[in-house]
Structure formats: C-alpha cells, structure tokens
Design a protein around this ligand. Structure first.
Ligand code: TRP
Length: 477
C-alpha cells in the first residue's frame, strides 16, 4: 500500500519489536512460571520453542505485516485475496485482535502493581523491611480493588496517550535510553543476588532439568510463555512489521529480538532466584514472586530505595513499550476500516480493555473464589483469561506459520527474506512442519485422552491443513 507509514529509521522495527517483546513477560511472568513449574524442565521446553518455533514464526509474522503493509485484520484480508486462499485465514487477524484485547486487560493491572512499588521505593517506605512486612504489603495491595483499579487506570491511560500520538513521536528515543538502562539495573540486581543471595542454588534450579517434573499444563505454559514473551501470534509484530523498512533484514532482526529477549528473562530469573534461595523464600509463590523478592533485596541494599525506584520505573517502561504494541494492531484496524481518527480508535480499544481488566482486579480479592469461573473452569477469571491467551497465541502462531509457509510463493518469500536458497529452505521447513507439529503436539498433550493417538492425529492435522491451503486455486497470471 503506498502512502502507508514506515518507521523513520531502518533499525526502528528492531527497537520497537524488542520493546514489545521485553516486558512483564520477562521480568515478572517468566521467573514465576519457571518457579511454579520446577525450573529447568520448564526452561528447556521454553528455550527449544523459542529457537525452533519462535524465531521462524517471528520471521513469518513480520513478513506478513511487511508484505501487506496494513493492520493485521485488513492485511490478512488483502493477502487471502491476492493469494486466493480461503477467507478462513483472515481469522489470524481476528484471533490476534481478541488476544491483544485480553492480554492488555490483565497486563495493565499487573503493570499497575509496578506503579505501586515505584511509589513505595521512592518514598523509602520499605527501607529495612523484612520478608514478612514485604509479603504482607503485597497481600494488602492485592486485597484492595480500589487501589489496584487506580493503578490499572493510570497505566492504561498512559499507554493510550502514547499510541494516540502516533508511531513516530516519543517511542523511539524513549526506548533507546530505557532498554540499555533496564539491562544495567538488572545486572546490578544480579550482582546483589550473587553477593548476598545464593546464585549456585538459583543456577541449579534453573538449569538442571528433569522432563518428568513438567506437568501437562506446564508444557502448555512453557510454550505459551515463549509465544507471549516474543509477542507472537497475535498481530502485534505484524502491525509493527507493516511499518518496517524494506531494507532491514528479517532474519537478523528476528534472531536479535529473540536473543535480547531471552537474555533479559534469564538474567531476571537468575537474579530473582538467587534472592529467593538466599532468603529462604518459596520458589512457587506465583504472580507475587518479583514483587516480593526484589523489594526484599532493595530493602537492605545501600541506596536500595533509589536502585529499587529506578528498577520499577524501568519495569514500567518495559511494560509500557509492550502495552502500546498491544493497542496498535486493533487501533490501526479501526482507523483503516472505519476511518476513525487515531485517538478515537485508541479510546475504544482501551476503554474496553480497561473494563475487562476489572475482572483481573477482582480475581485477587472479592472474586478470588466461588465465582462462575471457578464453577465452570476451576479457576479465577484472571487465570481463565491467561489460559485463553495461552491457547490463542500458539493457535495464532500456528496459523501464521501455515499461511506463510504454504500460501506465500517462493519468489515473494525469497524477496522478503533476502537470503539464499538454503536459508529459505530451512525457514520454510521450520514453518511448514516443525512449528505446526510442535504446537499441535503441545495442544494434543494437554488433552489426556488423545495421548495414544498423538502421532496419527498430528499427521492428519497437518495433511488437512496443507490440503486446505493447496486448494487456493491460484489462477495462472
Ligand atoms: N511480550 C510481552 C512481554 O513479554 C507481552 C506480550 C505478549 C505482548 N503479547 C504481546 C506485548 C503482544 C505486545 C504485544 O511482556
């Protein structure tokens, strides 16, 4: 599409994609999920998925954005037409929009906690506090729907403001300072952990694996997390890809994003678990992990209030650079499809996600048990929304892989990839077979009664998928 916006610099996509990828997923979610799922085994599945499935799909998703140069929904509509495939593939865009909306709803609530801790740090309220006090403080925050709603509102409003201003202002220079600063502070926290905590126990916990430790849901969570952390399968990367310079290398960019993202998660994990083991805390304390362990370290570190304050500001920065990319695909769609202004489009998305976020807020207090979600799904609304996104993201990724692998022609992919034939073949093999097989495998594993039929069902799924795509009736042009 001519006239479509493109990032100002060739490298901005990389920056924006790293900004989207690095966020609460790395600092908050990865450590607590690894902690709950026994450490090493979880990380093994997570890392394998990132490299064999995540990177190829990251390339595929960016490619779909860049070739269509439109928002995910409109872009997929366009691609299904030009490639004469079934319109079913348009659901990649819709599924993405729903996932983005769901993720934004809880993401903003959790980021709100970081806002609370920024405040506590900078006012010096936690200086010298012990584990008990800090744990009680966190529980008090969770018990207060009012406080949580306040922070949730502030965070989502700030994200909305940035997206409403457009893609060119603010984001880029902000990220350039924030990302390196975040990394530096993380290293400081890690060094603290090494000196005062138990880094040996942390490394042992994170890097020795026994696959038998991993429950079925653990598998799904590890895989879901590797999609979550790369912002995959839901249109965010496609939306940013639509603004990507045609000259930037897809492959190199995707590898760089995955590398930085994984490094941040590992450093955060090591730092947090050093403190956990050093202080004799629980590894499986769930969503509170980062918010309880790190303040403990900051509480008795020299200049801890300052370091802690800066740390949580950076958490907020990482979160906001992710949340804006959750708003972007839906907002861009509303602008393209209904001719709305950007502020109008952003308002609609954000107000809806804000309201949905209230479900997450109450999941930690007044609706912590005994709701319809507990009766129907055996979990709170927040856990249910998370589970849904854990299914939608790999599903979106699967469809993206299949579409890019089978529907795009060799010449257009070669042009986009800009690599030689060998790399093209490797990539295509990964997105045609390995990615879809891996995702299907995990889905099937989570349905206990199909266990014995995994291989045949998998084969059937792939054949059906491939057949559906081969029916695209490309007319000779
Ligand atoms: N990757 C982000 C993180 O790790 C979270 C996220 C998931 C996300 N999906 C996204 C961010 C889509 C932006 C767009 O925190």
């Amino acid at each position: 599409m001519s006239g479509h916006n493109v990032w100002t610099h060739k490298g901005t996509f990389l920056l924006a994609a790293v900004g989207s990828a690095v966020g609460l997923g790395n600092l908050w979610r990865f450590p607590y999920l690894a902690g709950e799922n026994g450490g090493g085994a979880f990380i093994l599945v997570y890392a394998l998925t990132i490299f064999a499935v995540g990177i190829p799909i990251l390339i595929a998703e960016t490619m779909l954005g860049r070739t269509s140069r439109q928002s995910p929904i409109m872009g997929m509509r366009h691609l299904t037409k030009t490639h004469k495939t079934s319109r079913v593939w348009e659901s990649i865009g819709w599924l993405g929009a729903v996932s983005a909306f769901l993720i934004l709803s809880f993401y903003s609530v959790i980021a709100g906690w970081a806002l609370h801790y920024t405040w506590l740090m900078l006012t010096g309220e936690l200086v010298g506090a012990d584990a008990q006090t800090i744990g009680d403080g966190f529980n008090a925050l969770l018990a207060s729907p009012g406080l949580m709603t306040l922070y949730h509102t502030l965070f989502i409003a700030a994200s909305a403001l940035i997206v409403a201003m457009g893609i060119h202002k603010g984001i880029e220079s902000g990220l350039r300072i924030m990302m390196p600063a975040l990394f530096a502070i993380l290293i400081v926290v890690l060094i603290y952990g090494v000196i005062n905590g138990d880094v040996g126990a942390a490394a042992g916990f994170l890097f020795t694996f026994n696959l038998g430790d991993l429950s079925l849901e653990g598998w799904l969570q590890a895989m879901g997390q590797s999609f979550f952390t790369l912002s995959l399968g839901m249109g965010a990367i496609m939306a940013y890809g639509a603004y990507m310079s045609s000259e930037a290398s897809l492959t190199r960019t995707a590898i760089a994003v995955a590398f930085v993202d994984t490094a941040v998660a590992m450093v955060a994990g090591l730092a947090i678990f050093s403190i956990v083991f050093g202080a004799g805390l629980e590894t499986s304390q769930g969503p509170g992990l980062m918010f309880v362990t790190l303040p403990l370290a900051f509480a008795d570190m020299p200049f801890g209030a300052l370091v802690g304050g800066v740390f949580f500001i950076l958490v907020l920065g990482a979160a906001i650079s992710s949340s804006i990319s959750l708003i972007e695909p839906v907002a861009a769609f509303l602008v393209e499809r209904f001719d709305m202004t950007r502020p109008q489009a952003v308002t609609i998305m954000v107000v809806a996600a804000w309201a949905m976020g209230l479900l997450t807020v109450v999941s930690f207090n007044i609706w912590a048990e005994g709701t319809i979600f507990h009766t129907l799904f055996g979990r709170s609304a927040f856990d249910f929304i998370e589970l849904l996104t854990n299914i939608f993201m790999p599903l979106g990724g699967l469809m993206i892989a299949l579409f890019a692998g089978w529907a795009l022609t060799q010449s257009e992919v070669m042009k986009e990839l800009g690599t030689n034939k060998t790399w093209f073949m490797v990539w295509r093999f990964l997105v045609r077979f390995v990615g879809p097989a891996a995702v299907s495998f995990v889905f099937l594993r989570t349905i206990p009664y199909v266990e014995g039929y995994v291989i045949p069902t998998l084969g059937a799924l792939i054949i059906v998928g491939a057949f559906a795509l081969s029916q695209r009736m490309r007319k000779p042009t």
